[in-house]
Design a protein around this ligand. Sequence first.
Ligand SMILES: N[C@@H](CC=O)C(=O)O
Length: 348
Amino acid sequence: MLKPEIKELLLDGTVIPAHPLALHKNRKLDEKSQRRLTNYYMDAGAGGIAVGVHTTQFEIRDPRFDLYEKVLRMAAEEVKHRELQKPFIKIAGICGGTEHAKEEAVVAKELGYDLGLLSPGGLSHLSEDEMLERTKRVSEIIPVFGFYLQPTVGGRVFSYDFWCEFADIPNVYAIKMAPFNRYQTLDVIRAVCQSKRRDEIALYTGNDDNIVQDLLTSYEVMVDGERVRKSIAGGLLGHWAVWTKRAVELFDEIKSVRNNEVIPASLLRRSQEITDANAAFFDAANGFKGCIAGINEVLARQGLLQGNWCLLEQEKLSPGQSAEIDRVYRDYPHLNDDAFVKQLNVSK
Ligand SMILES: N[C@@H](CC=O)C(=O)O
């Protein structure tokens, strides 16, 4: 069900920004900026986009806003319009209980999305078996990108056995690991390695506290007395929705060394700088409350968005967050892509 060229890119690893939502000051959709963002990601060299996910704001599904289908359609139109001469992965965020998730999967499929990023958010009342059943039902409609989401932002902890069964579902092709926890990340890697489908499933990091190290590490897992090697192929990250050009360059650098026995120490230093920048964008100091506004703030400073507004008024920068963004801008000038964005001729 997954197109071969998309599968190849997914497994090889690429940069997939989680697409934000562009709003006017009155919190209505800013279509021009929304479309411009999609183009920014393609210009920056990303290998795909994820739309209808956390950075696109889950409230797009709220009947008051009713923007889910619209923003998915707009992004798909922009990608089509560019007639790229290389594969570009379109991922749709899919949420809710089984029936709702199936409905979103149908919309995504009809709009030409390649995979559905199936969020476990808000479903802690379901058992692991019920979550697996939900995944199977959705996977009958669209290839599934699994998602391990940290409990602090609405996710939950899953057992190793859950991930073993998850990996065996035939239409699962990737898993975004964002538990922000080494033990739980290892559970997923070990579970995928023990599956007969291990070469069919691409692991993606969503661990904002460990992006570079996740991508540098090659894991070795014992399976039936044999050593199985598996790497985290790429990243699907809200963090990569900003400074994307630099993220693509960094990812290329990581790819060029990650199979070596010696890893440049400079990359480990950069790893910490990126985690520090992430803390500012994602508002780690306040339990990630300002993460969407933080991403929007950086894009607004670059002129890609008109402001950092979110659909819900209460979703805004935390006290001190703007100063933290100033700090990481100042301390790590080599991480931003302001010059690249400027040259895209962004006008406010
Ligand atoms: N780490 C995630 C957050 C959860 O979805 C990200 O990619 O932004």
